[in-house]
Ligand binder design. Structure first.
Ligand code: IPD
Ligand code: CA
Ligand code: CA
Length: 264
């Protein structure tokens, strides 16, 4: 299998970022997907098309899993898969014009190799992998010092907190407080920087896969709420934290679930 040229991938992401920034001066075509709060724009679609074209030119045998336009499922995790979220935080992109990321994860036979999260408006590309460690642009980052759940902030999905899904409020109350950004990529970055101690959400593979590779490299665990491996197949509940905090979070969720929910 042809080795991935990391510098080239970074250049593709930079180019995609420039395209997205330019689009902010033009009128966006905004469409609703499953409901009025689930948005997609022409720029999400065109950015994904741009990245897929680049990947397929250089790595024609590789598989693609991407949020938009019929790329959202794959038959198996075998082989090399590029997992793309062209704009993570589309609502922020449309309304705030900031606080969104381009995300890309590269997996081989289900194992995370490389992850890229590009915070376009801040000009910060977080990238790396298992063997490589984690970088912000050219600077190599160190894993944050461990902070206990009770002394740290948790990134949280607003719906899960508001509806107290599987006792989410008890988990939130065990921390210093919750933060809601509307962008999974920014939540992953907050963990990498050590400004948050955990992230609880309901995510699709393109939301968690790129960040998961970087988090793993720093010793974080990313699983379902009950500590099971993520399936890379549709949306699922997601919990990421350092092992000690992760254990506590999973234990609290398990306590609040019925036997049937725990086994789902
Ligand atoms: C969404 C964001 C959001 C998360 C949602 C995702 P999108 O991604 O990451 O923070 O709560 O579950 O769908 O749709 O803007 O790419
Ligand atoms: Ca997303
Ligand atoms: Ca998206």
């Amino acid at each position: 299998m042809k080795t991935v040229n990391i510098e080239q991938v970074k250049n593709w992401l930079m180019e995609a970022g420039e395209f997205i920034k330019e689009s902010l001066t033009k009128t966006l075509e905004v469409k609703e997907k499953s409901n009025r709060k689930d948005l997609v724009t022409n720029i999400d679609e065109e950015t994904q098309q741009f990245l897929i074209k680049k990947i397929q030119e250089v790595y024609p045998k590789d598989k693609i899993l991407g949020e938009e336009q019929g790329y959202s499922t794959i038959d198996s995790l075998d082989g090399r898969i590029w997992i793309i979220d062209p704009i993570d935080g589309t609502m922020n992109f449309v309304i705030e014009q900031e606080n969104f990321c381009i995300m890309l994860g590269i997996f081989e036979d289900g194992i995370g190799q490389l992850g890229f999260i590009y915070d376009v408006m801040r000009g910060e590309l977080y990238w790396g992998g298992k063997e490589l460690g984690v970088y912000r642009n050219k600077e190599k980052l160190s894993a944050p010092d461990p902070v206990d759940l009770r002394d740290g902030l948790l990134g949280f999905n607003a719906y899960m907190y508001g509806e107290n899904v599987h006792g989410a409020k008890a988990v939130a109350n065990a921390s210093m407080g919750i933060r809601v950004s509307g962008c999974a990529g920014l939540e992953m970055i907050a963990l990498l920087k050590g400004s948050h101690v955990g992230y609880i959400s309901n995510l699709a593979p393109w939301d968690y896969a790129p960040g998961m590779v970087l988090l793993e490299s720093f010793g974080y665990q990313s699983t379902t709420l009950t500590g099971e491996a993520l399936s890379f197949d549709g949306r699922e509940y997601f919990a990421a934290a350092m092992p000690e905090n992760h254990q506590k979070i999973v234990a609290m969720f398990k306590e609040n679930m019925t036997e049937k929910q725990r086994n789902e």
